[in-house]
Structures are given as structure tokens and as C-alpha cells.
Design a protein around this ligand. Structure first.
Ligand SMILES: [Mg+2]
Length: 129
């Protein structure tokens, strides 16, 4: 259905969206904060977040687990489709980014802080595996 408010056909609107997405990917749109914001924006636009209605933290974390389980199920196949595994890994990161943006957590900073912390830990963090 054509959007009368912009006088653009669906194909034209799709092209604009695709250009926007490509621009976002190519012009510095790959930094973690941008990705985090975009994940939450898309989840909100798709109705997963409703104004005035919060979501349960436990449920959101369970949904992160579910994406890893989907990756595991693919890997259990005799000939796993690695592209599908990557997609499920992306789903996991997208859900984590969405959660962090919704809870005002800076995932980028948390990752850099944790990497600094890990660099200072002993070999294999003092564990056997
Ligand atoms: Mg998935």
C-alpha cells in the first residue's frame, strides 16, 4: 500500500530505507552505541516495546538464551549451515543491545572495561578449561 503522506511508492520508500541502512553501515554506523540504539529502535518500531509498559528482565534474558539455543540446534545437525549459526549469533547480540539500550546501559564501555580487566587476569583466568 502506498504511503500518501510522502507521495512515494512502496518501491521508492524501500529504496530510501535501503539507502539509509547502507549509509548507516558505511558511514560510522557500525560503532556499538549506534548499533545498540538501532536495535532498540527497530524492536520498538516492531512493537516489542510499548509506551508505558515495561518488560520483564528475566524474560528478556531468556530470549537472549533462546537465540543461542537456536545456534546450538543448527550445530547439532550433521551438516550445519554456518550462515544460519552466524545469524543466530547476530540475533543474540541484537537482543543484548536492545536490552542495554532499554536499560540505559553502555555496552560499548562495559565491553572495553571488561577487556581491560580480562587482560590483567592470569592465564586462562586461573581455571582449567
Ligand atoms: Mg533467531
Amino acid at each position: 500500500m502506498e504511503d500518501k503522506s510522502t507521495n512515494k511508492s512502496e518501491a521508492e520508500q524501500e529504496e530510501v530505507q535501503q539507502t539509509t541502512d547502507e549509509t548507516c553501515r558505511c558511514q560510522g554506523g557500525n560503532d556499538m552505541k549506534t548499533i545498540q540504539r538501532l536495535c532498540h529502535q527497530i524492536a520498538t518500531e516492531k512493537g516489542f516495546w510499548k509506551k508505558g509498559k515495561d518488560r520483564n528482565n528475566g524474560e528478556l534474558i531468556a530470549l537472549m538464551h533462546s537465540e543461542l539455543s537456536e545456534a546450538l540446534e543448527e550445530l547439532r545437525k550433521e551438516k550445519p549451515d554456518w550462515k544460519h549459526v552466524a545469524e543466530e549469533m547476530a540475533d543474540t547480540v541484537i537482543r543484548i543491545c536492545d536490552f542495554c539500550e532499554a536499560r540505559d546501559l553502555d555496552l560499548n564501555e562495559a565491553i572495553w572495561d571488561k577487556l581491560d580487566k580480562n587482560k590483567k587476569r592470569p592465564h586462562m583466568h586461573g581455571k582449567s578449561f
